[in-house]
Design a protein around this ligand. Structure first.
Ligand code: ATP
Ligand code: MG
Length: 390
């Protein structure tokens, strides 16, 4: 018998329950789509292992074991999961995508090994397991290095730029107490890219893929500020190159669900920055700019449903709303502007929500983004200004 938390319709059919590991905005947005499909979602606070409602975060009267037992499928909203929770999910035999894919997204060393194994180009790097490795990194990678923790990095946290001898001295001093054995670092050559792109794709249980068009991404302080889709000036060859890389990775991982790949574009080449085995911030535009959102498609994939169409319905921009309280409703005076608010406590650098702005043409969409800028806190508007120079 399914616990009484569920609607009576659901109680008649256990196959309606999907458990999501993680209870942040990604779980929330998957929940909103899943409920439209008549599916129930329970989110799991990965730290406390409590089952929660992903919208209001209330704690549910059901244990993790019960939720796993009744779930048709278990999936995840992020890769930085405690190992015991990940193992438990994998052992249930219900977890999609799978432990291997989550580990590749969670650990940059595992990720780079995966990319090597499928012959996909990524940033030249040196694993830093002790202080002496810094000299080797400088010899092999040249004078401009991005140093990253091998695990637990997101939104540019756990990164250092080493562009001068003084930077190196400072970083070494900062890392004096660092336990390299517990948390190795990865030094990457700093790529002088033309732009950043990402590919959001989705793979069903039978290995069929669907792709959204490449998205152009702009960052400030290592954090995504703005995505534009479809990315302008993309050739068919570039789109196919990205999709071939996706297929290689997805097939190697026996993947199911939405998978995101972040790229650096250098000329006609794509260098993989990192992969994310989940719905991705640079795919939030699909809520207003595509026939089926990435959230619905992830749910469809793991539930074993046919995938939804991924055609684009508009030119779209996604603006991350970071570190400030909710904007005034005046924002909605700008046509085709949609706010997605996550209802979190404000903290500096914290993603609080995002704004999707669409237009019939890229020019119309950019003109609207320019107007939206006037309704944003100064710090956010300042980040956008140099990107949308119209
Ligand atoms: P997120 O979770 O937002 O994707 P993250 O913390 O996992 O971020 P990365 O994606 O590795 O970190 O890096 C964040 C940003 O820093 C990149 O999008 C890019 O702008 C810059 N960056 C990272 N690595 C490099 C590199 N090797 N060369 C040049 N720029 C880089
Ligand atoms: Mg990234």
């Amino acid at each position: 018998m399914v616990p009484s938390y569920f609607s009576s319709a659901t109680q008649q059919n256990e196959n309606n329950l999907i458990v999501i590991l993680g209870h942040g905005q990604l779980a929330r947005m998957m929940y909103l789509e899943a409920s439209q499909l008549g599916l129930n979602i329970i989110a799991v606070n990965a730290n406390t292992k409590e089952c929660v409602n992903p919208v209001d975060k209330s704690i549910l009267n059901i244990t993790l074991d019960e939720a796993f037992e009744h779930a048709a499928v278990i999936t995840s909203e992020f890769e930085h999961l405690p190992l015991d929770l990940l193992k438990k999910a994998e052992l249930s035999g219900k977890f999609l995508p799978n432990e291997k894919a989550i580990q590749a997204g969670a650990d940059r060393i595992v990720e780079k090994r995966l990319l090597d194994s499928v012959n996909v180009r990524h940033c030249q790097n040196v694993v830093i397991s002790n202080v002496e490795d810094f000299d080797r990194a400088q010899n092999e990678l040249g004078p401009r290095i991005i140093l990253k923790t091998s695990r637990d990095g997101y939104d540019g946290y756990g990164q250092w730029r080493i562009f001068s001898e003084q930077d190196l001295v400072d970083v070494k001093a900062q890392l004096k107490e660092h336990n390299f054995e517990k948390m190795p670092l990865v030094a990457e050559r700093c790529i002088n890219f033309e732009r950043e792109l990402s590919l959001i794709g989705v793979t069903d249980k039978n290995g069929n893929h669907k792709f959204y068009p490449l998205t152009e991404n702009h960052h400030a302080d290592g954090q995504l500020v703005l995505s534009i889709a479809p990315a302008p000036k993309v050739t068919l060859e570039l789109e196919q190159l990205a999709q071939n890389i996706y297929k290689k990775i997805s097939e190697k991982l026996d993947y199911c669900g939405v998978l995101a790949i972040e790229f650096f574009q250098v000329g006609d080449e794509l260098i993989v920055n990192e992969i994310a085995p989940r719905v991705h911030n640079s795919g939030h535009w699909t809520q207003q700019g595509s026939v089926t959102s990435q959230f619905e498609n992830h749910i469809r994939a793991v539930a074993g449903y046919p995938l939804g169409e991924t055609q684009v319905t508009a030119s779209v921009a996604m603006i991350n709303y970071v570190g400030h309280g909710k904007p005034k409703a005046d924002l909605f005076t700008v046509p085709n502007t949609h706010l997605h608010w996550y209802d979190k406590q404000v903290r500096p650098k914290r993603k609080m929500g995002h704004i999707n702005v669409t237009g019939a043409t890229p020019e119309q969409m950019l003109a609207r983004v320019n107007t939206v800028k006037n309704f944003l806190p100064d710090a956010l508007a300042k980040n956008l200004a140099p990107i949308i120079d119209i």
